[in-house]
Design a protein around this ligand. Sequence first.
Ligand code: NAP
Length: 268
Amino acid sequence: MKQVFGVLGDPIEHSLSPAMHNAAFRELGMDCEYHAFRVRQKNLKYAISGAQAMGFGGLNITVPHKEKALEFTNPDTLARRIGAVNTVSFNDEIRGHNTDGLGAEMALREAGVGINSSSVVLVGAGGAARAIAFHFAEKGACVTIANRTPEKAEALAKDVGCSHAGLEDLKGLLKDSDILINATSVGMHPHIDTTIASREILHPDLAVFDIVYNPLQTKLLRQAELAGAKPIGGVAMLVHQGAEAFRIWTGQKPPVEVMRKAVLEGLG
Ligand code: NAP
């Protein structure tokens, strides 16, 4: 019988996950289908347990439910520490995972950038930054968090056990850093003319990773190119977090390039 997978969010109509996972299932000849479901917060618990009851193969959880989903799953250690779940598996129990940080690591790795022992400036202290900060710190990166609201950077740094700084210190911080990550929504459509950093404070030894993927070429990435730094776009993280979810659910090696093509087509 066909196995069903899905993503729960609200809103959900612009999700690229159905195209990405359905392309992967087709590629591997698997009798599976992936759908997007708009679920209100008050119904999240029933949607997750209902999916298990109906024999779903797995779920993704997206904005605004990632934190709340922690309550309705048995989260693994990383998801519990992050405080958010983006993937649910139904093997013996309703298990919560978070693959966003690994997605970010893989995006850097495929660009030839390792994170172990690297000095990372992470701008942002929201959900995505949280996932990246915990995962990167666990993998041996030296992370400094900077955020528009400094109290949030301080609180996240305390949770992770890393350092924090003000956004006004970015120039000085970047001088001795290997990787700059934008984990804010700055530069995202429709505000495409905004950036967290301009070329003057970037340098050729820096990898500049913008997790924003709409537009594909953000202003920050253009500034990185002008400074001779290595620009890395957000699509790779989106694809790899999905690929890791696919691996968790199916135990199969995900067809990453097919998934990337589907995402790029979806972004037009
Ligand atoms: P979030 O939880 O709402 O956090 C937003 C972050 O952006 C906060 O740190 C916020 O700072 C900061 N911010 C917003 N507007 C700003 C501005 N004008 N100037 C400076 N900082 C600003 O959002 P999220 O879920 O972490 O997502 C952040 C971005 O990452 C979004 O664009 C999302 O699409 C993207 N994303 C990409 C992937 C991927 O796979 N590539 C995955 C997840 C998210 P304050 O704390 O001061 O408000």
